[in-house]
Write a protein that binds this ligand. Sequence first.
Ligand code: PAF
Length: 280
Amino acid sequence: MHIAHSIADLRSALAGRGRPAFVPTMGNLHDGHIALVRQAKPLGDVMVSSIFVNRLQFLPHEDFDSYPRTWEADCAKLEAAGCDVLFAPREHDLYPEPQTFKVHPDPLLADILEGHFRPGFFVGVSTVVMKLFACVFAGGAGTAVFGRKDYQQLMVIRQMARQFALPIDIVAGDTRRAEDGLALSSRNGYLSPTERAEAVQLSRALQALASAAVAVGADLPTLEAQAAAALRARGWQPDYLTVRQRANLLAPEGTPQAGTLVALGAARLGSTRLIDNLEF
Ligand code: PAF
């Protein structure tokens, strides 16, 4: 596996190697990331991953400084999964001058849910992903794989690629879960043993919400409030538990139609904020 820190080194490592299949990450890799790498590998001629903890997508009070950085273990996992080129820019490689030129996604999609509770988050994500795409796909077209775990992020990136006519296929990877059903996430490592045992309740709450949402006469706002109250009673601080249309993440109109919906949730357990979602 070739490790490139600078954009110039990345581009020369990729020159003449065909279509990249790309998985961007912020490191601290778990089986969910590695499944994305394995999924991406046959989709291109050269498998590229990146590790970059992107300051632009963290609010001042969030965990940029303490975000787990596990370089040696990450490199070993990527190499074992068949990654050909790892792009690991230092901050000055990717942002040699203040990144004042930013990508602003559609507020109808990006200022709701995660974007409402983490203002500017999707500007930071879209900007870095556009820049990573410019570095990795400088030679032409290719494929990038993003996890469904970050459902809204996947939708924002898809819309960005479509509206800017980027020659990049955006492919979704399924969420990997621990045995009890907890979605794998780098932030699970922040949980104490007691919190870890409790953490699966977020996905259980989404399952219960999804089942109730398609019952005859379901009143979604009431069900969503009940789902949040149930988690709150267990010691969580929910930001949202909600049922949305998969197509645009807006509230369903009329009777919710199974097969077109997604239940999304974000909630804090202690100081750890977890997100999850369930299509139904
Ligand atoms: O999902 C992530 O890990 C990050 O948001 C991404 C896509 C690597 C951009 O920093």
